[in-house]
Write a protein that binds this ligand. Structure first.
Ligand SMILES: Cc1cc2nc3c(=O)[nH]c(=O)nc-3n(C[C@H](O)[C@H](O)[C@H](O)COP(=O)(O)O)c2cc1C
Length: 341
């Protein structure tokens, strides 16, 4: 890795100033928080270091009004960053004291976190923390090698530990239904000019030198969107192409799973984000990659159909494909100075 825009990933636990000033310690913890995944790599978070705590704010200037009109996935992304922050606090020797949505008059203040009692990290916390720089979204095809039952159980337990659930899509019939929903979502989204414009603003070859958005190298399949999305006039063909590409990836995936919650409010989205990140780190710590197919949740009228396929209860938040595969590269992150309030 020589590109400067990947600087954020050059991080070592030796950088933590254990005997340094509190502000420097907080900055170091936040360098781990910003490595979290976020929708389209929008990194929709801001942090404030106060006398007593670190506050996490939603940065709604980075919202995606077409694909995410309620800021649901924006909030989930912030929840993922929050999990990294909590894990870093634990790794460096304290419990974390975390309040979610602590100010009813300020919905942008998503969480307030501070170190609690001194306490050595558990083995699992150490493992997950050390996996932070090794986790990337991997959109390439995965090997057919199945994921062991014990790891599937551990993934379910990871989501549950953070107040969400993870349901596996089991059986060929259910998997084919989900692939159909994804294909339908692809066609509906791609034929919407507002969707194509929004995607193009964040997924573009020119993003390769930027600190935001998805660079070209991260999109192996479906890269038609990245280059021609906004200009394509024969959108029906583009929709069919995307739908078939996704169907192939979905049907070949060793594991398809839906992460969801029992309710569907900002508090649940924050929990879903933390659960997502715990689950992704648990998977990656066991060499398993993941990528997302959220179309049947983003398109409002498909979401109840996905829910019915899963047993009819709760609210699907994210649809994940998981498996073993070739390496993936990191995507850029904004500098800490850009996200500090
Ligand atoms: C809430 C959320 C939704 C996402 N949705 C998608 C998606 O629909 N398709 C996709 O390819 N990636 C999706 N991603 C992955 C992001 O694009 C990815 O996290 C971001 O580009 C940063 O890259 P990294 O995960 O490799 O660090 C999503 C991530 C999050 C947190």
């Amino acid at each position: 890795m020589s590109e400067r825009w990947l600087d954020a990933w050059y991080i070592s636990e030796a950088d933590y100033p254990a005997a340094g000033r509190r502000f420097e310690q907080c900055c170091c913890l936040l360098r781990y928080a910003v490595l979290a995944p976020s929708i389209y790599n929008t990194q929709p978070w801001r942090f404030k270091i106060t006398d007593r705590a670190i506050e996490l704010y939603a940065d709604r200037t980075r919202a995606l009004p077409v694909v995410d009109p309620e800021d649901r996935q924006l909030t989930i992304s912030c929840g993922a960053a929050l999990f990294h922050l909590r894990l870093a606090i634990r790794y460096f020797g304290h419990t974390d004291v975390t309040e979610l949505l602590p100010d009813p008059h300020n919905p942008d203040l998503l969480a307030r976190v501070r170190p609690g009692k001194a306490r050595a990290a558990t083995d699992e916390e150490r493992r997950l923390f050390r996996t932070i720089p090794k986790r990337h979204t991997n959109r390439q095809p995965y090997e057919p090698r199945p994921i062991p039952e014990s790891l599937r159980d551990a993934l379910r337990a990871s989501a549950e530990a953070e107040g969400a659930w993870l349901r596996m899509v089991e059986g060929e019939e259910a998997r084919a239904h989900v692939a159909d929903l994804i294909a339908e979502g692809d066609r509906l989204q791609i034929t919407d000019i507002r969707f194509r414009r929004e995607v193009a603003a964040w997924i573009h070859p020119l993003r390769t030198q930027s600190h935001n958005g998805i660079p070209e190298h991260a999109i192996k399949f479906g890269d038609l969107l990245s280059t021609t999305g906004p200009f394509m006039s024969r959108t029906a063909e583009l929709g069919d192409f995307q739908a078939e590409t996704d169907r192939h990836l979905v049907l070949g995936a060793p594991l398809l799973a839906v992460l969801g919650t029992d309710a569907d409010h900002p508090l649940d989205w924050l929990r879903a984000g933390q659960a997502l990140e715990r689950t992704l780190l648990r998977a990656r710590a066991s060499e398993v990659w993941a990528s997302f197919f959220n179309q049947p949740i983003e398109v409002a009228r498909l979401r109840p159909r996905l829910r019915d396929l899963l047993g009819g209860t709760g609210f699907p938040q994210l649809l994940l494909r998981m498996g073993y595969g070739p390496p993936a590269r990191p995507t850029p992150r904004r500098r800490l100075s850009e996200v500090l309030l």
